[in-house]
Each structure stands twice: as structure tokens, then as C-alpha cells.
Design a protein around this ligand. Structure first.
Ligand SMILES: Nc1ncnc2c1ncn2[C@@H]1O[C@H](COP(=O)(O)OP(=O)(O)OP(=O)(O)O)[C@@H](O)[C@H]1O
Length: 277
């Protein structure tokens, strides 16, 4: 039997006190394996409500693996195995009776390479709505999503044109519109700007800052300037090679300015000052 997650309005966030952070997702990852390979260990992270959380760290430290584990996207990899807990709205998304499709309905994802479907701009946005048997006014919801993604004015006169005919930056905003059309609670973004030029990057970054008013966002980025521009909270991961493997782990996390200006850990200090990458 599979269980759907309850509606976002029923969100049961951690409320230890009035000023305590409110988490849309809180994860305590003990271990993540790909087959026998221990890819990530000991990482306690959260996605705070209404904020942007950035994941930074050197290549191979497990940023994308951790991000994809937050909405069970890694389930699509048969050798993936997670030990630990990922809670969304007070429920462990890896519990046996949870439907992963329902998880992804509430926790959307935008990928590194813009990946619109080869169909019209309109149908790209309507796709998830149709899949979820949306009962409202489809035209209105498509327009609302495209407006929210800052793309409406550029595409309103060519909604029937194939989404693949747009520029890279427009394609990424179309993918964002597609992701938010079904009104998820959380948006996971895996290096969403790495395939974009600086102007398109800046537009998507501005969009992220607007989207956090309505969504809780987590973003993987290689770009430390980008983390400083958009992330409220930053989590720094590194790679442990001490046991002969290459295992990623969380070194520290905190408010972005604090992490960059006054890191607690020596390793973080060396990374943010560009001593290794
Ligand atoms: N599908 C997979 N099968 C096996 N190993 C994988 C798979 N995906 C990732 N890995 C391994 O897990 C480790 C973490 O990879 P991941 O892509 O999460 O790191 P990352 O920090 O996002 O790296 P990058 O910044 O280079 O994108 C790496 O050693 C990688 O080779």
C-alpha cells in the first residue's frame, strides 16, 4: 500500500520555539551508498521554510546525491541506498508506505541542463497538471506559472511553439514554470545556472530570490559567488579520503554570511578562500 503525503497546509514543521528555524525538510543522513561505494556519510541538513539553502563543496562531495535524496529522485538508480531519515511535513519520505510520486509532487526539481519536453511551451507547463488531474482552469494556471517564472511576456504570443526553440535561459525558466505549476512546497535546484550565460544566470538568480517568497528552495552550486548572492543558509560539504575511499560529508552549515566571513572549521576557511576546489 502507498500513502500520499498530506497537503502542504498540514505541514508539521519543527517548532521548538518562536524563533527556531522552521524546516520544510529535515534530513539526518547516516550513509548513502551506490552499491558498495559509500558516497555520503553523517550529514544533518534542512531546507528552511521560505529560505534558500545552498549546498557547496568540491567536486564529488555528494552535493547532488544529497539534494536528490531529498525528494527520492535517487530511487531511479537501482544501486542507490540511504540509511537515515528525510522528513517532509513530519513524515519520513522513505517510510515503506510513502508513494515517491507523491513526494515529488510536493518537492519539485530543476536540473543542471534545461530539459524541456519536445512539445509546445503551453504543454510543457500543463504536463504536470494533467498528470495530477488538475481540475482548475488550465489556461490560467499555465499563465500564472509562466508569469511566476518571469517568462510570460517573452512567450505569451508563441505558446504553441516548441519549448526546445527557446534560448537556454528561457528553457530553464520554462522548466521552473513546469516545476512550480503543480505548486510544490519545496523546489530543489541542481546547479540550475551552470549551463547558462552570465545574463541568463542573473535572471534566474533574481527569480530564485522572488520564488523563496512562496517556496522553500535548496540549490546546489559550484559557484561560491552565486551562493553568497542567493543563499540565506549555506551547507559546506567535503570529501573524506582518510579511509581510502572518497566519501562526502557535511563539514558545517550556517547563515551564508557567517559561513563565508567567519567559518568555524579550518577546512571551510580554506575552501571559501579558494585554497582548494
Ligand atoms: N549513479 C551513480 N552511481 C554510482 N556512483 C555515483 C552515482 N552518482 C554519483 N556517484 C558518485 O557519488 C559521489 C558523489 O557524487 P555527486 O554527483 O553527488 O557529487 P557532487 O558533489 O554533486 O559532484 P559535482 O560537483 O562534481 O557534480 C561521486 O563519487 C560520484 O562518482
Amino acid at each position: 500500500m502507498t500513502t500520499n503525503l498530506s497537503t502542504p497546509s498540514a505541514a508539521a514543521a519543527t517548532t521548538a520555539g518562536a524563533n527556531a528555524p522552521q524546516y520544510a525538510i529535515s534530513a539526518a543522513i547516516d550513509k548513502i551508498y551506490y552499491g558498495d561505494f559509500l558516497a555520503v556519510r553523517d550529514s544533518v541538513i534542512g531546507v528552511e521554510k521560505g529560505k534558500i539553502t545552498g549546498f557547496i563543496g568540491p567536486s564529488g562531495c555528494g552535493k547532488s546525491t544529497v539534494l536528490r535524496s531529498l525528494n527520492r529522485m535517487n530511487d531511479l538508480i537501482p544501486i542507490f541506498r540511504l540509511e537515515g531519515r528525510v522528513d517532509f511535513m513530519g513524515q519520513d519520505i522513505y517510510a515503506k508506505d510513502i508513494d515517491p510520486v507523491s513526494v515529488r509532487r510536493h518537492i519539485g526539481m530543476v536540473f543542471q541542463q534545461p530539459n524541456p519536453f519536445s512539445m509546445s511551451i503551453y504543454e510543457n507547463v500543463a504536463f504536470g497538471l494533467r498528470l495530477n488531474r488538475y481540475k482548475g482552469n488550465m489556461d490560467e494556471q499555465v499563465e500564472r506559472s509562466l508569469r511566476r517564472a518571469g517568462l510570460w511576456n517573452e512567450v505569451k504570443d508563441k505558446l504553441k511553439q516548441n519549448g526546445l526553440a527557446l534560448s537556454g535561459g528561457q528553457q530553464q525558466r520554462l522548466c521552473i514554470a513546469r516545476a512550480i505549476a503543480i505548486e510544490p512546497t519545496v523546489l530543489l535546484m541542481d546547479e540550475p545556472c551552470s549551463a547558462l550565460d552570465p545574463i541568463a544566470t542573473r535572471i534566474v538568480e533574481e527569480l530564485m530570490l522572488e520564488l523563496k517568497q512562496d517556496y522553500s528552495v535548496a540549490i546546489v552550486t559550484h559557484n561560491m559567488q552565486q551562493a553568497q548572492r542567493v543563499a540565506d543558509i549555506t551547507a559546506f560539504f567535503s570529501v573524506d579520503v582518510s579511509k581510502g575511499g572518497r566519501t562526502g560529508y557535511l563539514v558545517e552549515k550556517g547563515p551564508t554570511k557567517e559561513l563565508f566571513d567567519h567559518p568555524r572549521e579550518q577546512l571551510t576557511r580554506e575552501y571559501v578562500s579558494g585554497q582548494f576546489s
